[in-house]
Design a protein. Structure first.
Length: 102
């Protein structure tokens, strides 16, 4: 089992719109792929910068190959929309982690 994590670092000026977009677009798109379970949208509590917030979307996938396929296709399309929408007011990175125990 793979934990697929995308972390977003955003400017506070887009916080409300960004979190709404993730809830209404990114998460439903991931759910509709049919490969992810246990999808969570979390706020990262470690303070970075007074003008920024960090969030992560974490999802479980049966394999790294399936998670990568989604990331390279649907995920890439969604992140392109975010880039068009918010420009340099956000950054993101994705991490694949193998779940060793639950």
């Amino acid at each position: 089992m793979i934990l697929f994590n995308t972390t977003f670092h955003i400017h506070t000026s887009i916080d409300k719109d960004f979190t709404q977009w993730i809830r209404e677009n990114y998460i439903p798109a991931a759910k509709s792929a049919g490969i992810f379970t246990d999808i969570e949208f979390v706020h990262i509590l470690i303070p970075n910068d007074p003008d920024a917030k960090s969030y992560a979307v974490q999802m479980k996938a049966p394999s790294k190959a399936e998670a990568e396929k989604w990331h390279d296709n649907d995920g890439s399309r969604l992140k392109s929309i975010l880039t068009s929408r918010y420009g340099e007011r956000f950054l993101f990175f994705t991490t694949y982690m193998e779940i060793l125990a639950q």
